[in-house]
Design a protein around this ligand. Sequence first.
Ligand SMILES: CC(C)=CCC/C(C)=C/CC/C(C)=C/COP(=O)(O)OP(=O)(O)O
Length: 328
Amino acid sequence: MSSLSLYIPHPILHLLHLFNPSRFITNITSHFQSLILRILRAGPIPRHVAFVMDGNRRFARERGWVVRRGHEEGFESLKSTLSLCVGLRIRYITVYAFSIDNFARPKDEVEGLLELTRGRLRRLCEAGDYMQSHDIKVTFLGRREMLPPDVLDAVESMERDTSTHQSAVLNVCCPYTSRDEITTAVKRTMEEVESSAISISILLYELGSSFAGRDITPRLIESHLATNDPRSLLARDLVPLDDEKESFQEKESSCEKKPHHPRVVAPPLDILVRTSDVHRLSDFLMWQTSSGTQLHFVKALWPQFGLREMVRVLLAWQRGVLTRRLRD
Ligand SMILES: CC(C)=CCC/C(C)=C/CC/C(C)=C/COP(=O)(O)OP(=O)(O)O
C-alpha cells in the first residue's frame, strides 16, 4: 500500500484501507459456502458421518515440513470440516484422531498429536469458543486410560464443559481401534447378561421355576459399542432397542410414569469418508459400517479436504437416498 500512496489520492487510499481486500474475499467465500450449504439442506441430510483423516504426513513431506506440522494442518481441516457439518445440520460427527497403534509412532509425532488434544482442541471447548457457541458436545471414544494423565484431564474437562450441549456431537476416537471396541462390547454384554441371568434365576429358583437366560443378540452387543455410549448421545436421538421398544412406548404414554432406562443406540452411520485415496478401513468403525453405510474414498489428503469434497460426498449420498426412495 505504501508505494501505491505515491500515485493514489489520499481519500481514495483511505477508502481502500476501509475496504480491506482480504476481509472482502473472506466474506465472499463464507457467503458462498453458506449459500451452497443451504441449497444442499433442501435435500435429505445424513444424521451420522465419520472421517478417517488420512494423509497428514504425506501433506507435510510433500512440502518439506516436519510431520508435526502436517497434523497441525490436519487439525485446521478438522475445524473447517466441523463447520461444514454443522452448517449442514449433521448431528453426529465421528473422527479417527488416534489409533491405539499410533503409540508406536516416533515420540515427537505422538507428542504432537497429544499436544493438539490438550492444547488446540481443549481451547475450542472453553467458554466463548467454538464448541460453546455452536452447542457441540465433545466425547472421546476408546481406551482413554492409555492417555497420559494431563491429556486425560483435558479430555475429561472438554467432556464436562460441553456435556449439556444439544445441537451436535463430535466423537473423537482416541486412542481407538474397532477390534478393541467390539471386544469390549462383547465383554460388557456377557457381564450384563450374566448378572441379569443370575438375579432372575435366583428369584425363579426361589419360586420353584427355572430360567433360560437373556439372549445375546447383535442388537444387544451393538448397544455396548463406544458410539452408543450414553455420554455421546443426544437425548432427542435416543432409540430404544427393538425388543424394548414396546415397553418404552408403553411407559412413555402411561399416565403413571415409572423410571425406565431402556438400552439405546445412536442413529446408524450414514457415511464414512476416508481421504488420501487409500481404500481401507484400518480398524475403524467396522461394526458400524457393516450395513447401510455409504463409503467414500476421496483423493485429497486430509489437510486439503474442503467444501468441494464435502459437496461431492453429500450429493452422491443424496442421490443414493432419493433413488432408493423412488424404487421402494
Ligand atoms: C487431536 C485431534 C483431534 C487431532 C486432529 C489432527 C488429526 C487430523 C489427526 C489424525 C492423525 C492421524 C494418525 C492421521 C492419519 O494420517 P497419517 O499421519 O497416517 O498420514 P499418512 O497417511 O500421510 O502417513
